[in-house]
Design a protein around this ligand. Structure first.
Ligand SMILES: Cc1cc2nc3c(=O)[nH]c(=O)nc-3n(C[C@H](O)[C@H](O)[C@H](O)COP(=O)(O)OP(=O)(O)OC[C@H]3O[C@@H](n4cnc5c(N)ncnc54)[C@H](O)[C@@H]3O)c2cc1C
Length: 488
């Protein structure tokens, strides 16, 4: 076996800034590799400004291991009770909750990346506690949406449920620190899963380039790299949310640190016939002189991730768009870029079964955690992983068989995606209406999967009736099929 018995001393993220280089396509390999309509891996490519938490860049020939590693007691073939594919948000969250639930059986986590980096930012409305929320570096009580038919922005605030921001690196470090204290957990990096995985009579087998791994239960947290990512059914709606972000530092005060810009449609090019992408800027102000600015595209697709921009093109487009945006919106401030990130999130009505086999489960983006109408996934991942860990340990599977959102919200999401497809030019107006006329707390509940029937009605009534009746009429046959669980 390829195990290298090497305890890795975790390097703590420190402030060393790396020089800015082009975003390397070290994880994603987007467009070229796509087959049929399956969403394949688009794990974002980062040129992050922080050094890796854990790296074995010089040892590319062999996987790196965190934790003690576990061989089968009788010395026969190595076997783990739980195998988790993917050491990202979902894989590590599940491990956290398994440990929390008292699991001391062997857990093996495999990932092809060779190091952990502060590679992304997670934001969400602080509507429910998670073990990680205290890591938030920022809490914004207010947000704004700009653009559409007029230039004026709409501002809303909900101090009781602020919009919070977590750094990916802080999350990874917290989970890895816990893992290091539990000898039953092994994380192996530098292990690409290329051949899928298969059910066996007594468990699951994962072939890897360095040998087969056997386990009793498998959790697939490979995001868009999952070999069992569901294909689209006729009638499914998918937008690819593709973005490129830069953390910028300006030489004078320009940002309002109290207010997040969720969407600014006003300085981006409007939707045109041959280019149906909906574009907007997303801006997280970290201080009056520092912000994460993201050029965001919502691309309608039937072909899946192959319709996304190739990462270098996305990066080049994003850099130009961000410079133009800062110039137009903030009166040409001089600025420097301290880090960049990019990613792709599927916003889709595809059917994501929790179980992908006898003893295999899909979690994270591979398990449909991204909300179809927004792409937010962090809180959904937490809820699903926590429920799954409890189910595994208690044998009560009922809570995990529930869908992410109640049928009324799923229905609204489908209708909203259809309206976006039918009227891409009207999307800024839809969002502005919602943020202007729906009470902020109500809207936050809708965006955070906790909307009541009354909340849903409160949102529907501010949207343009004609557009949404037409979209709903189009969706009816599919809604019915969804309900029956039948094919479309
Ligand atoms: C840049 C970015 C910002 C986001 N911001 C937000 C946000 O603000 N709020 C929010 O709610 N959601 C956000 N999301 C969406 C979602 O929360 C994240 O994508 C989240 O990380 C998904 O978790 P995951 O575990 O499914 O995937 P990931 O965290 O991407 O983990 C997948 C792991 O699988 C590994 N992998 C993939 N393919 C293979 C393979 N073939 N072999 C071995 N390993 C493989 C990857 O290396 C990776 O470590 C964001 C997504 C991105 C990309």
């Amino acid at each position: 076996m390829f195990e290298i018995r090497r305890r890795v001393v975790t390097a703590v993220i420190c402030g060393n800034r790396r020089a800015k280089t082009d975003v390397a396509c070290n994880e994603g390999r987007l467009a070229e590799q796509r087959r049929d309509t399956r969403m394949e891996d688009s794990t974002p490519m980062y040129n992050d400004s922080t050094p890796p938490l854990i790296s074995h860049a010089k040892e590319t020939a062999s996987p790196v291991q965190i934790g003690r590693g576990v061989a089968h007691a009788n010395g026969a073939r190595p076997r783990h009770k739980y195998i988790i594919l993917g050491a990202g948000c979902a894989g590590l969250s599940l491990c956290w909750y398994l440990l929390e639930a008292g699991v001391r059986d062997p857990i093996l986590i495999l990932d092809r990346k060779t190091e952990f980096r502060n590679d992304r930012t997670w934001c969400f409305w602080d509507t429910e506690p998670t073990p990680f929320t205290h890591l938030a570096t920022h809490r914004w009580p207010a947000w704004t949406v700009r653009g559409g038919n007029d230039e004026a922005g709409v501002r809303a605030a909900s101090p009781a449920t602020p919009y919070v921001r977590l750094r990916g690196g802080d999350f990874y470090r917290m989970v890895l620190d816990r893992i290091k204290a539990h000898p039953n957990v092994t994380v192996r990096l530098g292990v690409p899963i290329t051949g899928g995985y298969r059910d066996e009579p007594d468990g699951v087998c994962v072939p890897t380039g360095a040998g087969d791994c056997h386990g009793e239960f498998l959790f697939d947290a490979l995001a868009l790299g999952s070999p069992r990512f569901p294909v689209a059914r006729p009638g499914d709606l998918t937008f690819l949310q593709q973005f490129f972000g830069q953390v910028v530092r300006t030489e004078r005060d320009v940002f309002d640190p109290q207010t997040v810009t969720l969407m600014d449609f006003s300085v981006t090019s409007p939707v045109t016939e041959p280019d149906p992408a909906i574009r907007f800027m997303y801006l997280l102000p970290i201080s009056p002189r520092e912000a994460l600015v993201e050029n965001t595209l919502l691309l309608p697709t039937v072909g899946g991730a192959k319709d996304a921009l190739a990462p270098p093109e996305n990066a080049a487009t994003g850099r130009r768009a961000i410079a133009a945006y800062l110039s137009a919106r903030y009166d040409s401030p001089a600025f420097t870029v301290t880090s960049e990130e990019q990613g792709l999130i599927p916003m889709t009505t595809r059917d994501f079964p929790l179980r992908t086999g006898q003893r295999t489960f899909a979690i994270g983006l591979a398990g449909g955690a991204a909300r179809p109408s927004s792409g937010y996934a962090f809180l959904r991942i937490q809820k699903r992983c926590q429920a799954l860990a409890l189910a595994v340990t208690t044998g009560d599977w009922k809570p995990v068989d529930q869908t992410f959102s109640p049928p009324r919200t799923a229905m609204l999401d489908r209708i909203f995606l259809q309206a976006m497809r039918q009227n891409p030019g009207a999307v800024p107006d839809y969002f502005k209406r919602m943020f202007a006329h729906v009470p902020p707390d109500m809207l936050v509940r809708l965006l955070s999967d906790s909307a009541s029937f009354r909340d849903c009605l409160g949102v529907v009534r501010v949207l343009p009736l004609g557009d949404f009746v037409r979209a709903a009429a189009f969706c009816v046959p599919h809604l019915w099929a969804d309900k029956r669980g039948g094919p479309h």
